[in-house]
Design a protein around this ligand. Structure first.
Ligand code: ADE
Length: 418
């Protein structure tokens, strides 16, 4: 079997970590049990470009047990859990091409290797694999029925491709399922971003001045958890409605220019480029901590920070100290890459359970219906989204009410009023 992982001897540790994640992924486990009998993806080849974590491993095993032949590469050079990659190869027979800390060339070589068996389906997190396939693997595209996309940034890129007529097969935007972004982006990122920052820095959050750039679902979650731990939170936004929402949720709202000299911990979650840049570094106080929760490492202008610095050293694992020419220190976490995956283990399995249940069901949907779809970006079908929520609620031992006939009639009527 072809693969490239850091060390196969790490497999026993990885297997324990995968089994630990499995305990808290009951929705996916239910799908796996059904698929083991039904084999709905028999004969399907799927190339996945996802963060190589224990939770992703549980998804890969589910797909494999559904009859699918999968190949996995990393969707970020710094998010791979090497022990998990080793176990997928050694214990589960799944080819993985991922090594934590891989350079750019290796990252793209691994994408090429994950694609090299000419997939029928693609599964992406950030759209690097789809972008690569469209630029360098055109000959394979006629064989591809469809793909899924995990994250906001990827969906934006793919919609841009579709808008300019460049997308050559249908994509299901898993990110846009309610059971994905309302939970994974908000509660997953909200918790795991802080886990990454706190593990890396060992700082106390109570009383800290925290600046959150962007009030999308990720920013909302990060700010929510910071307030819960006693931080004073300021949000920066470019959208007046989101800015207003941030204010009424109890945050301060400032421009980044104003926030730069106020904040002590800065977290970017905008999906945009150079959100924290030269003029902001210049205005910041000594000892500020910078972290990024967005998909790509472009939100903090690291190149500019390097140019402005007289000295750079690692002061703790994943903590780089930049000393500016005036002697001021700026601490950058995880090379400005996704802090939750670079400095911690990403979102907990409990929430990835829903995201990846959507991924598995969307893959099956594309296998069965992909040839009826146009070359466009589609939502997860509403009934799949609701099914994931229903099963998750049941596994969390919660029950909800059903409408009485009188209530149904009332909701359908317009005659009854005051
Ligand atoms: N994205 C965020 N957290 C993740 C995790 N634990 N596994 C895979 N992708 C993720």
């Amino acid at each position: 079997m072809e693969y490239h992982v850091a060390r196969l001897s790490l497999a026993p540790e990885g297997k324990k970590s995968i089994e630990w994640a499995q305990r808290e992924m009951p929705v996916l486990e239910g799908i796996r049990n059904n698929w083991f009998r039904e084999r709905p993806l028999e004969g399907v080849r799927l190339s996945a470009c996802l963060h190589v974590t224990a939770e992703t491993a549980v998804l890969m095993i589910t797909l494999r047990d559904g009859g699918c032949e999968v190949r996995l590469c990393a969707s970020n050079p710094l998010s791979t859990q090497d022990e998990v990659a080793a176990s997928l190869v050694e214990d589960y027979g799944i080819p993985v091409f991922a090594v934590r800390g891989e350079d750019r060339d290796t990252y793209y070589r691994h994408i090429a290797q994950a694609l090299s068996f000419t997939p029928h389906l693609t599964m992406d997190d950030g759209a690097d694999l789809v972008s690569y396939l469209h630029q360098k693997g055109q000959d394979m595209i006629p064989h591809v029925i469809g793909g899924t996309e995990e994250t906001t940034t990827g969906v934006i890129r793919l919609k841009s491709m579709a808008g300019s007529g460049k997308l050559n097969y249908p994509i299901v935007a898993v990110n846009d399922a309610k059971t994905k972004h309302l939970f994974d982006n908000r509660y997953g990122t909200g918790q795991s971003t802080w886990e990454g920052i706190l593990r890396a820095t060992h700082t106390l959050l109570a009383g800290k001045k925290v600046v959150v750039a962007g009030y999308g679902w990720c920013g909302r979650g990060i700010a929510l958890r910071a307030r819960g731990l006693g931080a004073r939170v300021c949000v920066t936004e470019i959208d007046p409605v989101k800015g207003l929402e941030a204010l009424m949720d109890g945050n301060e709202v400032k421009t980044m220019e104003e926030a730069a000299s106020w904040g002590e911990v800065f977290i970017t979650a905008t999906g945009n480029i150079s959100v924290i840049r030269r003029e902001h570094f210049l205005a910041m106080n000594d000892g500020v901590i910078l972290a990024n929760a967005g998909h790509f490492n472009v939100e903090i202008d690291i190149e500019e920070l390097e140019k402005m610095s007289a000295n750079l050293r690692e002061v703790r694992p994943m903590v780089a100290e930049y000393t500016l020419r005036d002697g001021k220190r700026v601490f950058l976490l995880g090379e400005g890459r996704l802090v939750n995956l670079a400095c911690a283990e990403g979102h907990p399995p409990m929430v990835m359970d829903m995201s990846f249940a959507n991924q598995a069901l969307a893959a099956r949907y594309l296998h069965e219906k992909g040839d009826t779809l146009a070359k466009d970006v589609y939502p997860v079908p509403e009934e799949l989204d609701r099914e994931v929520a229903k099963v998750k609620l049941a596994t969390m031992k919660a029950s909800i009410d059903t409408l009485t006939p009188r209530q149904e009639k009332y909701l359908a009527s317009w005659e009854e009023g005051t």
